[in-house]
Design a binder for this molecule. Sequence first.
Ligand code: NDP
Length: 398
Amino acid sequence: MSKVLIIGAGGVGQVVVHKCAQVPEVFSEIHLASRTKSKCDAIAKQVKDRWKRDVQTHALDADNVQETVALIRKVKPDLLLNVALPYQDLALMEACLETGVDYLDTANYEPKDVAKFEYKWQWAYQERFQQAGIMALLGSGFDPGVTNVFTAYAAKHHFDEIRELDILDANAGQHGQHFATNFNPEINIREVTAKGRFWENGEWKETEPLSVKQSYDFPEGIGPMNIYLMYHEELESLARHFPTLKRARFWMTFSDNYLKHLEVLQNVGMTRIDPVDYKGCKVIPLEFLKALLPDPGSLGPLTKGRTCIGNIVKGTKDGKEREYYIYNICDHQQAYAEVGSQAISYTTGVPAMIGAMMMLTKKWSKPGVWNMEQFDPDPFMDALNKHGLPWTEVFLKG
Ligand code: NDP
C-alpha cells in the first residue's frame, strides 16, 4: 500500500496513471501533477470511468524546486514518478532530496539549449542520494529501460560473457499523417537530428546523423525495414556496467516519408534549438515547429500496426559462440483500447509503472542513483509478462 506522485500529464503520463490504477494493491493512492491541470483532470476522469479509481490532481511548475517541495510536503508520497520532460529531471531530484522521497524517471536530463544525452548530471547525485538514504531509478521506460533489463537478463541467464549488443527499435505503425512524431516532437527531433554514436573497443565512435543504415527482417510478420544507427542514452550506462562489451549500438526504423520531411525541416532551419529574432521576439524554431505538429496524443485513435523493440546479444556460453534475440511486440490498437494511447506511450508508461512497483515493493531498493541494469532483472521481467509487454526470446546461434 503506497502513495505515488506522478509528474507530467502527457502521452506517457496518461499510460502510467492507467497502469498504476490497475494495480491497487501497490498503488493505493495516486496523485497526478502537471503544468496544465486540465490535462490531469481529463486523465483522472478517464481512469475513474474505466478503472473506478480516484486520482488526485494538482497544478505544478516542476522547474520550480520550492513549488515541488511544497506539493510533496502536502501529498507525502512514497515515490515521485517523473514523466514530465527531461529538462525537469534535476529540479525534481533536488525536490526529492529536500523532502527525502524516492525518485524515478524515463529519460536522462537534457539542458534546454544543447541536445546532449549524458548521465553525468544525474550520476553526480550519487553521493547526495546515498547520504539522504533515498533512491533514484533512472530511465525506466522501454529504451532506456526494458532494453537495459533485457541486457541484464541475457547476461545473467544466457551468457558467460557478452561481447556485442545491438538494440533495435522498430515502429511498424502507420498514423496516416504527413509528418508527426510519436512522442514529444521537440524531444524526438532533438534526438534523431543528433550525431550517431556507438561504443567500440573501449571508445565512442561518431557518425553523421542517420548516415548509417541497413535493412533488418523483423520477426512475427513485421518483415524487412530500414534501420538507422543513432545514439541512445542507454548505451552509456550499458557500456559502463558491462565492461566486456566490445561493441554496443542502437538502431531505429524511420520511414522514407518521415526522413524526407525531416531533411527539409532541417535544411530550412526549423529544427534549430537556438533562439532566432523574429519581429522583436525570440523564437526557438523547434519549439515553434512543435506547436504546428499533431499532438502525439491525437495519434492514438489513428495508429495501426505494431512496434518491435529488442536486443540482439552476441557472446559466449560454455566456451561456444551464442547469438540471442529478445524482443517485445506491442500493438498500437490494443494499447489504445486498453489505456487510450498508442504503443509508443504504452511501451514507455508500462515499464515506468513496473519500475515504481519494484521500488515500492522493495524488490529493487538501494540508496543512491541507479540505472536499470544494476538490479536483478528477474522480477521486472516477470512483471512485463503480467502487465502488457510480454517478451519473446530466440537463440539465433548456440
Ligand atoms: P509529452 O510532451 O506528451 O508530456 C510531457 C508532460 O510534461 C506534459 O503534460 C507537460 O505539460 C508536462 N510538463 C512539461 N514541462 C513541465 C513543467 N515545467 N512542469 C510541470 N509539467 C511539465 O511527453 P511524453 O509523455 O511523450 O514523454 C514524457 C517523458 O517520457 C519524456 O521525458 C520523454 O523523453 C520520455 N520518453 C521516454 C521513452 C523511453 O522509452 N525511455 C520513450 C518516450 C518518451 P503541458 O501539457 O502543460 O505541456
